[in-house]
Design a binder for this molecule. Structure first.
Ligand code: URA
Length: 241
């Protein structure tokens, strides 16, 4: 709902508490469509009215969509008693939006993680019906062969009896005792990539998510860094151009 009280809107935008906002209004620092206001309970429409505080336009954002290059050693949860979470490492300016990670990466997996406070978006990206493919780079102990590529495309049978959907496996480089690969999956079973390789007798040594739908990890984003998605990046997730 874009219609709300001005003090709530400004407070949500991080201008200050409702009391601080009231003070600013009393000091004559807040305008709505160019007119000074003197009450903190007036209703505004965040889509239609233009709101300025101290001469600076305040754009209301209900939802935020962040891209993080998740480092190893933090868990994909909002809170935990023992472990450091991806929320703990967010810059302060994003913490007030109450974001949560969209899906999970293991503690030792690095790479592309989206965080948002938009539950519907998160649900859609994770829904099997939407076919959002996730792409990983992995270093696997053992020699990955064309046989494995075919097996992944047919659907790997995990050791626990679960059958995976068809996955794309690409061999990047075979090293002495290990293989670098790209793997793309369209579902998100717990520890899926590790379990798929375990089913072929191999161990994942390093795992990095590099793609989420049409979105690719920005290599300029250092591990632990986070920023807002651009509009075109956002659209690329569902390949909407
Ligand atoms: N598959 C895994 O095994 N781990 C991850 O973190 C993501 C996919």
């Amino acid at each position: 709902m874009p219609v709300m009280r001005i003090d709530k809107m400004l407070s949500n935008c991080g201008i200050g508490s409702r009391k601080n906002v009231k003070n600013l209004i009393n000091l004559g620092k807040v305008t709505v469509d160019g007119k000074l206001i003197n009450k903190s309970d007036i209703k505004i429409d965040t889509d239609k009215n233009s709101i300025f505080v101290d001469g600076k336009e305040i754009i209301y954002k209900k939802y935020v969509y962040l891209i993080m290059n998740k480092p190893s050693g933090v868990i994909s949860a909002t809170e935990d008693k023992e472990e450091k979470t991806v929320i703990d490492i967010l810059p302060e300016k994003y913490k007030k939006f109450n974001v949560f990670p969209v899906g999970r990466l293991d503690k030792n997996t690095v790479g592309l993680l989206i965080l948002t406070n938009d539950g519907e978006f998160a649900h859609n990206t994770l829904s099997p019906k939407k076919h959002v493919w996730k792409k990983y780079f992995a270093t696997v102990l053992g020699i990955v062969s064309e046989y494995d590529v075919e097996y992944f495309s047919k659907g790997v049978l995990l050791e626990n009896g679960e059958l995976c959907k068809s996955a794309k496996l690409e061999i990047v480089k075979v090293l002495e005792d290990r293989t670098n690969v790209f793997v793309e999956i369209s579902e998100g079973k717990f520890h899926q990539i590790k379990k798929m390789f375990a089913a072929t007798g191999k161990k994942v040594l390093y795992l990095k998510r590099v793609g989420f739908g049409g979105l690719t990890l920005d290599e300029k984003l250092a591990e632990g860094e986070v920023r807002e998605l651009t509009e075109s990046e956002f659209k690329s997730i569902f390949n909407i151009f």
